[in-house]
Design a protein around this ligand. Structure first.
Ligand code: SAM
Length: 213
């Protein structure tokens, strides 16, 4: 995600520690303590400007959400949305998701959302894709048994690669759509990228996969 540099972003994130959790390792194994209510936890990796995670939090007040985003200039827009909507069931982590196991342990999370993840098209960058097997292993180590990944992208190459990666890992392919916006899914919450790409006429791919533990 290319962004305007926002030198004030870091300070604004630090000024809102109830929403942007500063020491996430502190909550490992007891994330419900960070929220108003003890309820299931879903996370999104690569939250960007937060349209999806805040839309989901509004739509599903019975679920707690965490948006993980490494770029300060993007996640600060997610913070603005949470402040504006006064949502108490969504928190943010300004960290790199490759360190997920430092912040979460087995059974902390019920579902992982990956939306419009960077495609890393070159073969030599395969390991950076968020659907590469080492990431799938990492998600497994923090999810509940039978936990799920819900994945959306406009990128056909990444989608095909990811279906193969999920399948080779032994995940159950539960639901696959090759054209989400013409699939009849009524409660779809769009992301910023989804809005941009679908406005250009690009179709959106989506799948739900499940760990069979
Ligand atoms: N999900 C948003 C959307 O659909 O509008 C943003 C999509 S953007 C293409 C991908 C985002 O993932 C970027 O903001 C990037 O900084 C973030 N990202 C990529 N790898 C990440 C990682 N390992 N940890 C945290 N964020 C990551």
């Amino acid at each position: 995600m290319r962004l305007r540099n926002k030198p004030w972003a870091k300070e604004k994130l630090m000024q809102n520690p109830k929403i942007v959790i500063q020491e996430p390792e502190h909550f490992r194994g007891r994330w419900s303590e960070a929220f108003a209510k003890k309820q299931l936890l879903h996370i999104e990796i690569g939250t960007g400007k937060g349209r999806f995670i805040t839309g989901m939090a509004k739509q599903n007040p019975h679920i707690n959400y965490i948006g993980i985003e490494k770029q300060e200039s993007a996640i600060v827009s997610a913070l603005d949305k949470i402040l504006e909507e006064q949502l108490d069931n969504v928190k943010l982590l300004n960290v790199d998701a490759s360190r997920l196991v430092e912040y979460f342990q087995k059974n902390d999370i019920e579902r992982v959302y990956l939306n419009f993840s960077d495609p890393w098209p070159k073969n030599r960058h395969e390991k950076r894709r968020l659907t590469y097997k080492s990431f799938l292993r990492m998600y497994e180590s923090v999810l509940v048994d039978g936990g799920e990944i819900h994945f959306k992208t406009d990128n056909q190459g990444l989608f095909e690669y990811s279906l193969k990666s999920f399948s080779e890992y032994g995940l159950l392919l539960k639901d696959i759509s090759l054209d989400l916006h013409n699939s009849g899914m009524e409660d779809n919450v769009m992301t910023e990228y989804e809005e941009k790409f679908s406005a250009k006429g690009q179709r959106i791919y989506r799948c739900e996969v499940k760990y069979l533990n």
